[in-house]
Structure formats: structure tokens, C-alpha cells
Write a protein that binds this ligand. Structure first.
Ligand code: NAD
Length: 347
């Protein structure tokens, strides 16, 4: 029996996670669920957004199903106590270094994309972003330069082991899909990127069945909008991945449709919708639960290797959308619960 930690969090987190849980229950898998407090709700109950009991549960669990954190009433707290810090804490403590964000357009949602329908309709890609290194974690600070001017600096760095392990996640992900991997860097200018490219090429020898290509990040940003259908899997560093994954998600329509996974070196992972706690619609039963439901499918696939069950969830969401099920963000008027029902009906 697998232990699933449910960390529903704040705002719409509990509303959408409840629907994901209903879908998992309906599949009658051998899963045991334990709930933990996280985010603003945890701060109010315990004085910390990531209480020790929650961290312990996340460590014990085979996988973590996460809702969202973020609470406007906590905005005045010191940074370490803000709800969003819980995500960073979980990533760090669980060693979650690989972020996977699939972006695809479900048939019927072509008009929800910022792109022309025929361009958007071709989107079916995964961005694999390194999550624990790069310029975000390098030496940083402020200083006064020789000319007396204030300077800010952030060191961009990767070592070869960090690049090799994220490259392998990229190749493995590509191998499960259409076997094409595009590594995105800025090797024409950055030495960090040149090392990145060298190591990715070395690792590619382990994956002869995957076609590897390279693209500079500025071109990748353009190609994601011009012709996103050309991509299968993109692997990239923390900074470039941060920007490109948000760009790709907007190409695919509503934020309420997009799941994500953060993985460690084994099969442990944290699975969450890419959206936040949406305080503007929280408590109204209007949130789209599809991103949370699709996150549960990613969990079954990556952490529990239950591919058939994951496929059933993906198929049920696609069928519900194709059948006209729409929450407000998709231009409809369905409630969160009704959308969950629509997916359950297609399972
Ligand atoms: P958000 O994603 O919460 O909301 C952005 C907009 O999208 C809002 O108008 C919201 O109503 C809408 N939206 C989001 N999810 C939706 C859904 N499932 N169905 C329908 N509409 C949806 O981003 P924000 O407003 O910038 O942030 C709100 C809070 O969430 C902040 O405290 C922020 O720090 C936090 N946040 C948390 C996460 C996370 O938990 N991973 C991610 C992003 C933001």
C-alpha cells in the first residue's frame, strides 16, 4: 500500500485537492491518504508554514499531493514565515531537483490560448527544469564598485553532476514520449551553458534512442510562440526554465488546466497544480480542479508506476472537456464539484 501525503494548503487548494482525491478514490487503488497542514493555514495553527509534523509526513510518504499556498493575511509576516516558504522548504528537504511541467492543449480549448487556434492546437510538450541550482542559488550580494557605484551580483554556476542528473531526467522523460529532447542554454555567451551543453552531449551516449537537439534560450522563447508543436521535451536550467515554463503554460490556455511534478533522484515526488491559492475566487466553489486532478495522474505515473490508472485520469479529463465541461476560467459556469463530477463520469 502506498502512502500519499495530502497537503491541501490555502485558498482554492483544499477545493481542488478534494476533487483530485475523489478521482483517486474512484479508481480503487491501494492508496492510503494522510493529510498535513501547510501554508497560511499551518502558520495560523502552529506558528510555522511547514510544521515538523508535515515535513515528517512528507518524508514518510511515497508521494505528496499538494494544493496551493498563499494567504494575503500573511503578507506582512517576515519572509521565513510566509506560506510560500513551505514549498521551498519541501523542495529542499525532499531533494526535489527536477521540475516537470507538461503543457498541452486539450481538444476544445483552442480558443482559450493566447495563440492562434491552429498553432495552439499543436502544443504537447514537457519542460524539465532544474530546480535547485543555477543563478538562484549561487553566491549573491551587493557591493560598491571601484568607481563608488552600487553593484548587485548573482553567480551563475552548475557542476557537471547537477547537469548530468537533470539531463537524465530529460532523456528518460523523452523516452516515455516521442523520444525528442531539446536542451536549451545560452552556450554562445555563458560558460555555465557551455559546460551544460558538453555534459548533456556526454549523457546522450546513454540514450541512443532519443534525438538530442540544442537551442539558445532566446530562440526557444521565440519558437515556443511561433511553432510550439515542434517540441517534445525541453530540458533546461533553473533560470531559463522558470521563464519558459510560464510562457508555455500561457500558450496552452488556462492556468487551471496545468499540473506539475517535482522529483527527487528516486521515485519520490511532489505533485501540484501550477496555479496558486487564487484568493479572489477561494471559498466560492468556482475553481477549476483539472490541474489538481491531472497532478494526481502525474503522481500515479511517476511515483507509483500506475500508468494505466494515470492514463484513465488523463483520458477522463480530456473527455470531460471535449464533452463541453467548463468552469469559469474556461468560459463556462460549472462549479468545482460539477467539474469533478464530469471527470468522474468519464473515468
Ligand atoms: P494564482 O494562480 O493564485 O491566481 C491567478 C489568477 O488565476 C487569479 O485570477 C485566479 O482566480 C485564477 N486561477 C488560478 N487558479 C485557478 C483555477 N484552478 N481555476 C480558476 N481560476 C484560477 O496566482 P496569484 O493570484 O498571483 O497568487 C495568489 C497567491 O498564491 C499568492 O499568495 C501567491 O504567492 C500564491 N502562489 C502559490 C503558488 C503555489 O502554491 N505553488 C503558486 C503561485 C502563487
Amino acid at each position: 500500500m502506498a502512502l500519499i501525503a495530502i497537503l491541501a494548503g490555502d485558498g482554492i487548494g483544499p477545493e481542488v485537492t478534494a476533487e483530485a482525491r475523489r478521482v483517486l478514490d474512484a479508481l480503487d487503488l491501494d492508496l492510503h491518504f494522510e493529510e498535513g497542514l501547510v501554508g497560511g493555514v499551518a502558520y495560523r495553527a502552529t506558528g510555522h508554514p511547514l510544521p515538523a509534523a508535515t515535513l515528517d509526513l512528507a518524508r514518510r510518504a511515497d508521494a505528496v499531493l499538494f494544493g496551493a499556498v498563499g494567504d494575503p493575511s500573511c503578507d506582512g509576516l517576515e519572509r521565513a514565515l510566509r506560506p510560500e516558504q513551505a514549498i521551498l522548504g519541501l523542495r529542499k528537504e525532499l531533494g526535489l531537483f527536477a521540475n516537470l511541467r507538461p503543457a498541452m492543449l486539450f481538444a476544445g480549448l483552442e480558443d482559450a490560448s493566447a495563440l492562434r487556434p491552429e498553432v495552439a492546437g499543436a502544443i504537447d510538450l514537457v519542460i524539465v527544469r532544474e530546480l535547485t541550482g543555477d543563478v538562484y542559488f549561487g553566491d549573491k550580494g551587493r557591493r560598491t564598485g571601484a568607481d563608488g557605484l552600487r553593484e548587485g551580483y548573482d553567480l551563475m554556476r552548475y557542476d557537471e553532476a547537477e547537469v548530468a542528473r537533470i539531463a537524465r531526467v530529460g532523456f528518460e522523460t523523452a523516452r516515455r514520449r516521442r523520444s525528442r529532447l531539446c536542451s536549451v542554454d545560452k552556450a554562445n555567451v555563458l560558460e555555465t551553458s557551455q559546460l551544460w551543453r558538453d555534459v548533456v552531449i556526454e549523457i546522450s551516449a546513454e540514450y541512443p534512442g532519443v534525438a538530442l537537439s540544442h537551442m539558445y534560450v532566446d530562440n526557444a522563447a521565440m519558437q515556443l510562440v511561433r511553432n510550439p508543436g515542434q517540441f517534445d521535451v525541453i530540458v533546461t536550467g533553473n533560470l531559463f526554465g522558470d521563464i519558459l515554463s510560464d510562457q508555455a503554460s500561457m500558450c496552452a490556455g488556462s492556468i487551471g488546466m496545468l499540473p506539475s511534478a517535482s522529483l527527487d533522484t528516486g521515485s519520490k515526488g511532489m505533485y501540484e497544480p501550477i496555479h496558486g491559492s487564487a484568493p479572489d475566487i477561494a471559498g466560492q466553489g468556482r475553481a477549476n480542479p483539472c490541474a489538481a486532478i491531472l497532478s494526481a495522474a502525474m503522481m500515479l505515473r511517476h511515483s507509483l508506476h500506475l500508468n494505466d490508472a494515470a492514463d484513465r485520469i488523463d483520458g477522463a479529463v480530456a473527455a470531460a472537456i471535449a464533452g463541453g465541461a467548463r468552469t469559469g476560467d474556461l468560459g463556462g459556469a460549472m462549479s468545482t464539484r460539477a467539474m469533478g463530477d464530469a471527470v468522474l463520469a468519464k473515468l
